[in-house]
Design a protein around this ligand. Sequence first.
Ligand code: ADP
Length: 263
Amino acid sequence: RGGAPEKEVPFAKPGSLTRVYAVASGKGGVGKSSVTANLAVALAAQGLKVGVVDADIYGFSIPRMLGVEGQPTQVDDMILPPIAHEVKVISIGMFVPGNQPVVWRGPMLHRALNQFLADVFWGDLDVLLLDLPPGTGDVAISVAQLVPNAEILVVTTPQTAAAEVAERAGSIAVQTRQRVAGVIENMSWLELPDGNRQEIFGSGGGARVAESLTRLVGADVALLGQIPLDVTLREGSDNGSPVVLSNPTSPAATALRGIARGL
Ligand code: ADP
């Protein structure tokens, strides 16, 4: 790649104690960013030091979901990330004026990601979560190059069409030789007032993705959890107060905390 030389990413150094997870999905709208935001807050509530990089260039929604108020500030040659609910956050949306779409090509995205990972003052993080754009694009490849030790978390809904593309997104781990940390199924069912579960998007997508990724990567890939549809999850994402904080006893929050504990 041309231009400025690549900066060394501290999280990729041998001996780094930060676990890095890249959260991926096959298509948009399956809840990848909501899951990322809630896992971040749940991990921070466990007492871990957590950072989030919002690298979803098409739908940078993490700042709103986490209720980030401030902007990044520059001190010397480092960028100080704003903090929300004890989580340090940097988003591509913080560097784009107004509500403009990001029309950057691969090399620019790569440089931006390199800066997020190398020039942001993260301190000693226990966990760094990267919210990837949906699909198998340039950003996923850049993450693999910049932080080869990043593990992939795949988010899908139970629906066959979503599961098929989620498999494809997860299977880039074969080429990049990254570990797949597991599969998370979101929007698994809606609990009705009578206690029955209505499977709005069908069933089995998460298990199917876990099975086929186990075959493809040649290592055990588990279904880490199933998160039900929940109005308060959607409201929490809209209001900047993730459901694990705003409605901690809800089944959705319980599922998300369980997934966070298992990471
Ligand atoms: P993605 O990052 O995959 O595009 P989002 O996290 O932005 O998806 O979620 C898409 C929409 O669905 C958001 O409005 C979000 O609040 C909502 N949503 C996600 N998961 C759930 C859920 N389990 N129950 C209810 N709404 C959800």
